[in-house]
Design a protein around this ligand. Structure first.
Ligand code: SF4
Ligand code: SF4
Length: 378
């Protein structure tokens, strides 16, 4: 495509990003991402998918199978680690910890807003209606492949896109359009250099099975979000984690000395960053939606977060939590909560709680919850 055939040049896109407070932006064509097919096939065949992936592999490779008139894809990056992150203090009380990406407002809304504004600007520039499709996490395309080809950043062995300016502390979004826009050069191949694979070594569950390959079924980012019972082997690995895991980003040397983001919506909200565990256990679904509704960690609802809070209390061996946990064991209607509570009580004080767990075991009807209680009173 020659330069004059572009309807919008790349400098204009960079200028729009600056105006809209977008930290990173790049453009690529809507041609298929042929390089990703082999990786996606291996990933699926090895059983490492999380289940959140788009099911149609060819649609993940070829944008025009979803958007037949697509000409260009714009990728944007918004940095979420703001300066306030450094000074964020854990409030008093028994506190869990959220992944840094959930410390502020739900990024889906913030990115969507930026992409909507960007789309509006494209329409205004061209003075005609244009086809615009925005995706944040939900579309068929592989956001990391798009970001790499748009020149936003390179892929690290920890499976994160690493940007020059903000490291991997970025959210990614995409805008697919029928407008022909001058593309960027792709980012270089992985630049991990002589780093001794710190991310692979630090991963608490060995979910990074190989460089550039995460086994989602072992990754705490996915496991903290799963429904039902958390497999026992991963509960101790949670530590105080309630949602997500930052370890493979925290240890990455490419994330040191990078710039902070300035998006005000991502400034840390202490109750989102370090939720009060006992308070969390007391929330009804409605109260949970009211208190955590604008957090990125709210979409699974109260039950998953409360189950994780019980695991965190177990890992913290918190004796002051015992009365409330006994109440949940005896009265809560949800089997995941009763069963996980039995596990936590055994961790905290098996001698003091054995009799109560045994009585709960005798009454319990749900097979998995009963199994958990049996384990707690061997
Ligand atoms: S997010 Fe945590 S569990 Fe998942 S790969 Fe990274 S370090 Fe491992
Ligand atoms: S920790 Fe090292 S190997 Fe892992 S992504 Fe960062 S630079 Fe690459």
């Amino acid at each position: 495509m020659t330069a004059e055939r572009y309807e919008i040049d790349n400098a204009t896109i960079q200028r729009l990003a600056e105006e809209l407070g977008i930290d990173g932006i790049g453009v690529t064509t809507a041609d298929p991402f042929e390089d990703t097919r082999e990786h996606l096939t291996n990933y699926r065949e090895s059983g490492h998918e999380s289940g959140f992936e788009h099911p149609e592999l060819e649609e993940r490779v070829d944008p025009r199978l979803t958007w037949p008139n697509a000409q260009s894809i714009i990728a944007i990056a918004l940095a979420y680690r703001t300066e306030q992150y450094v000074g964020a203090k854990k409030p008093e009380g028994l506190r869990g910890q959220m992944s840094v990406y959930a410390w502020g407002m739900d990024y889906h809304h913030v990115l969507k807003q930026k992409l909507d504004l960007l789309g509006q600007r494209l329409q205004e520039l061209l003075g005609r209606p244009v086809e615009i499709y925005n995706t944040v996490d939900t579309g068929p395309l592989v956001d990391r492949a798009v970001a790499q080809r748009c020149g936003i950043g390179w892929l690290g062995k920890n499976c994160s896109i690493i940007t020059e300016s903000h490291g991997s502390w970025v959210f990614l979004g995409q805008l697919v359009t029928d407008v022909r826009i001058e593309p960027n050069e792709p980012s270089p191949p992985p630049q991990c250099g002589d780093c001794p694979d710190l991310c692979l070594k630090a991963c608490p569950t060995k979910a990074l099975v190989n460089p550039f390959m995460t086994d989602s079924s072992k990754c705490l980012s996915y496991i903290t979000q799963m429904k039902g019972f958390v497999p026992e082997e991963y509960r101790a690995k949670f530590g105080r984690r309630l949602w997500g895991c930052d370890t493979c980003q925290v240890v990455c040397p490419k994330n040191k000395d990078v710039s902070f983001g300035t998006t005000i919506e991502f400034h840390p909200e202490p109750e989102y960053a370090f939720p009060d565990l006992m308070r969390l256990l007391d929330l009804s679904n409605k109260q949970f939606r009211r208190e955590y509704g604008t957090s990125a960690a709210a979409w699974r609802g109260a039950k998953v977060m409360q189950r994780n809070a019980i695991i965190a209390l177990g890992n913290m061996r918190e004796t002051q939590a015992i009365p409330r946990l006994l109440q949940l064991l005896q009265e809560d209607e949800r089997p995941e909560i009763r069963g996980t509570t039995a596990w936590a009580l055994k961790k905290i004080d098996p001698d003091a709680t054995r009799e109560a767990v045994f009585q709960a075991y005798e009454r319990e009807q749900h097979p998995e919850a009963k199994q958990e209680m049996l384990w707690a009173v061997p």
